[in-house]
Design a binder for this molecule. Structure first.
Ligand SMILES: [Zn+2]
Length: 306
């Protein structure tokens, strides 16, 4: 899932494993340019345990591990928060700069993937919501990143649909391409109910139509190009995570769409598992003669895709 994140190559004095993960804390470097190494050395010089962040997102969309995925960070002055959070730093001074689309898309991808990896994450917040600081800066797309928790993407006026890749167009899947990545995309879309004809490894008009339909269902920009956000949403949906009261995200959107399609109405498809969704799940479970607990696990997912 995190194969696009590069190792830091840094040496840390000590690393402590995190045992609980409930929060994502977002930071900026506060400088126009910085590198892993410069931040690592700066944090060491301050008597800290080296680079304080778990993950760092560069302006060109390159993503690096800092301390690592499941390590306690040192990114806020509140050790209680550090113990339960993943700290992500975006390089830049967003008090004065505006974040470019490439960096914004990859930051979104990282957050979407973390939400899928840690269903226990309940809070996405800026550093300034934890401690008195300007970090991550007034121009940081904080509201947009927080909204990812509901599986809601607003591209904030940009027209890229979250589909600017980390190192340019080579990371995007789009019409006209072929190969193993397209085969994988096609089988994944098929496995979650999108018909696109034969799985042939060729991104033709039918595959594009399926991608657009998926993007529409997920509430992301419908450009038919598979970039970081679309891949992130797809990963969340194909993971078929256990969903219950107060779950959020793209998998909930998928659940809501599937229930609606089968005639179990639940109001708006909003990516939030509330009382109406729970009631619809129970009705579906009753109709399918499976255990009625209002929780969507392996059995209920199986019945929904039947
Ligand atoms: Zn910060």
């Amino acid at each position: 899932m995190f194969e696009y994140i590069k190792p830091s190559g840094l040496t840390f004095p000590t690393l402590v494993k995190r045992t609980s993960t409930t929060t994502i804390v977002l930071h900026h470097s506060g400088t126009t340019s910085a590198t892993l190494k410069s931040m690592h050395e700066y944090h060491l010089s301050k008597g800290m345990n080296g680079l304080a962040y778990n993950i760092v997102v560069y302006k060109d969309g390159t993503v690096y591990w800092g301390r690592g995925l499941d390590i306690v960070g040192g990114h806020t002055s509140d050790t209680k928060v550090n113990k339960v959070s993943v700290g992500i730093c975006a390089i830049g001074n967003f008090e004065t700069e505006t974040m470019g689309d490439v960096q914004k898309d990859m930051l979104s991808r990282v957050i979407i993937d973390l939400l899928a990896y840690y269903p226990s994450i309940k809070v996405i917040e800026g550093h300034k919501q934890v401690t008195s600081t300007d970090c991550p800066g007034k121009n940081f797309p904080l509201a947009q990143m927080i909204a990812l928790q509901n599986g809601s993407i607003s591209t904030g006026g940009s027209n890229t649909g979250g589909n600017t890749g980390s190192s340019g167009s080579s990371d995007l899947l789009k019409e006209g391409q072929s190969g193993a990545k397209i085969t994988q995309l096609q089988s994944q879309l098929k496995s979650i109910g999108y018909s696109l004809g034969e799985v042939d490894g060729i991104f033709g008009p039918k595959t594009k139509a399926a991608v657009v339909a998926f993007q529409k269902a997920m509430g992301v920009e419908t450009d038919g190009i598979v970039g970081p956000i679309t891949i992130g949403a797809l990963n969340q949906v194909i993971a078929k995570p256990t969903l219950k009261d107060r779950s959020k995200g793209f998998a909930v959107r998928q659940l809501q769409n599937l229930l609606t399609k089968r005639g179990f109405s639940l109001g708006a498809v909003d990516g939030i598992f509330g009382p109406k969704t729970e009631a619809a799940v129970k009705k579906f479970q009753t109709a399918s003669k499976i255990g009625i607990d209002g929780i969507v696990g392996v059995q209920t997912w199986g019945a929904l895709y039947k």
